[in-house]
Design a protein around this ligand. Sequence first.
Ligand code: PHE
Length: 487
Amino acid sequence: MQRERWPTRLTFLFAAVTSAIGLGNVWRFPYLTYKYGGGAFLLPYLIALVVAGIPLLILEFALGQKLQKGAVDAFASIKRRFSGIGWLALFVGFIVISYYAVVMGWALIYFFASVGVPWKSDTKSYFFSNVLHLSDSISSIGTIVPAVFIALLISWIAIYFSVWKGTKSVSKVVNWTVPIAGILFIAMIIRSVTLNGSLTGLSFYLKPDFSALLDSEVWIAAFSQIFFSLSVGFGVLIAYASFNKPTNDIAKNAVIVGVSDTLFSILAGFIIFGTLGFMATAQNVPIEQVAASGPGLAFVVFPKALSLMPFAAFFSMLFFLILVVIAYDSAFSLVEAIDTVVMDKTKIRREIIALVVCVIAFLSGIIFTTNAGLYFLDVIDHFVNSYTLLAVGILQCIAVGWVFGADKLRVYVNKVSDIKIGKWWNFMIKYAIPVILTFIVVTQLTKEFAAPYENYPQWAIWLGWVSVVAPFVIAFLIPQKSVQKGQ
Ligand code: PHE
């Protein structure tokens, strides 16, 4: 059977770029930058992009496109047992999507609530009490919060109808969402940087503080953020690239995706820090003090800043619509990665596969809609992104660098690409990236054993470890029938 194809190269690029651009850019990147002292974070981040981000984008694009297979069969055709690497990537993706869709649901709630700017008086209690109905600890699970549950359901229905016809439906969706998100985003940038006091925020954001470069924690945060933000290690880009013709220019695609994603993050920083500068000026407090909390930035501090603006309702709507749209494209790319693998292996119709995947992921996400949902999300997000995701990165590099042959893949990349990749790429894949990632994992492990993450009770920490170990065990136990070597 003929493999399905993207209608044009641009559509593929839209799909890959929109998978990369997501909550990671507008929510996670600015709060990490804020946490690590503004400008100090940018440099390690850019170094991580060049050292690990772009080389891994090249690896995943090349693998999917050369072998014309989703993650599982692609790794299995290197060596049968390596199918586990593909499964592991998909499991990580599955866990991430189960809570990512919940965060998309929160953004949806904020979008609809924007009309009345109901968080005006107290953004913190609006988020934690009115929206999340958060309990006081992870041990008090309570019940399902109806509004969050319904928002999750709506998110999943939207996700399903984007992937049910594979590249055909995805193409339609991204052709709409790219221009819409782009225009909204530009409007929001102009609004933020023209606010009174925005320069205070922007100078905090852009002023480099080189002393932070000596802190290993900053480097760890930068490398993990690159993985999450570029969507590498989830099988998504392998799946998307497998729908390209084998002659598509890989090096250029990788640079375009890496640079667009980074540019979007940096510009999102303009929005956030411009607005925070405005808020600091309006409230007459130093910028360092307006946003003490980390992950709450997008849902607590930022809504506060929005509520102080003229036309607060309009700009709140704009901001949360951007969040919903970019979260949406990332969310369905994760489902598409899973669907592609199942399609490679069975003859079941795409609509059915997508439905089953969406329903299971929706059901798995219900735990995050309970009163203790945010705590569960925090624990699972921490463990999966710190360990399993980075492990996929290391394993991918070993499988390609040492077994498939880094140079063999590089020769293929150079055959189809205008920009030629030098031997440095082999070095990154074989040595640099596995060593850096192993260092990160080991450093984090020592921290983990020194103190329980965020002082969660022991059973919650165990749950975190189960979410790390179980996917490994299952992934490498799944038997793999031999696959055709698609080379
Ligand atoms: N890259 C997305 C973001 O930054 C998250 C994501 C991860 C999407 C993995 C798809 C796959 O929000």
